[in-house]
Design a protein. Structure first.
Length: 238
């Protein structure tokens, strides 16, 4: 009984005999290959596709060509899992950590900003006090002055006058500095016998908590409420 392998051997023999006959080879050449040799030949012809890892070739016992897909293993599954990125739980954990850090850091940052603004306001009130004393000494017939008269830019040939004494910087003279608004007014009279200077937070409990003020005695005082003047009876700053 003929097997399928014998038919394949016969087909190879006939094909090569025809090719040799067309080439007019004088001696007939008969080449018989075994089933194993045929399988090895087919494997060599398809070796260029095997290295791609797409469809490995296998031959069964009947010498038929069988194509089977790759079977996934544990390493490939792990690689695919690694390429998926972060999971939703991991992202939520990261967001929660960021929110906790922000909840701790933001209030501390706000308190530090308020403390810095209040220190700047106290220093500015002291600067106004010093400028008022200097102005009163330079222009005794005028006495004390308003905030605008204490400012000015005296450079080059520009000299200070009673209208622009060049005693404080222009930023402070504008009335707004470091989260506080500043006001300084001279008392009525010629010369002006006294003055009041006060500073309030631009935004209460955000840019500052306390208000500060001073009168001609040059003592800096504070209040937890907004000021419209300085009576001189507020709590002195320690």
């Amino acid at each position: 009984m003929e097997t399928k392998g014998d038919w394949q051997n016969l087909s190879f023999w006939v094909s090569e005999s025809v090719i040799l006959g067309e080439l007019r080879v004088p001696d007939e050449v008969t080449i018989l290959r075994s089933t194993a040799e045929n399988t090895e030949f087919l494997s060599r012809r398809t070796s260029d596709f095997r290295h791609l890892g797409l469809w490995p070739l296998e031959c069964d016992s009947t010498s038929e060509l069988v194509i089977q897909p790759n079977q996934s293993n544990g390493d490939e599954d792990n690689l695919m899992r690694k390429q998926k990125g972060f999971s939703l739980i991991e992202l939520l954990i990261v967001v929660a950590i960021i929110l906790i850090i922000a909840a701790i850091a933001i209030p501390n940052l706000l308190r530090a900003r308020i403390a810095a603004n209040e220190s700047s306001a106290v220093a500015s009130i002291r600067t106004i006090n010093t400028a008022q004393i200097s102005y009163n000494s330079a222009y005794p017939t005028v006495g004390f002055a308003n905030l605008a008269a204490l400012s000015g830019s005296c450079t080059g040939s520009t000299l200070p006058t009673s209208a622009l004494a060049c005693l404080i910087d222009t930023q402070l003279a504008s009335g707004n500095k470091s989260g506080y608004t500043f006001t300084a007014t001279a008392a009525s009279g010629t010369p002006a016998p006294s003055y009041v200077a006060f500073a309030n937070p631009q935004t209460q409990n955000t840019t500052g908590v306390r208000s500060f003020c001073s009168v001609a005695d040059a003592v800096v005082r504070y209040s937890t409420t907004s000021l419209t003047t300085c009576a001189g009876t507020e709590t002195p700053l320690q």
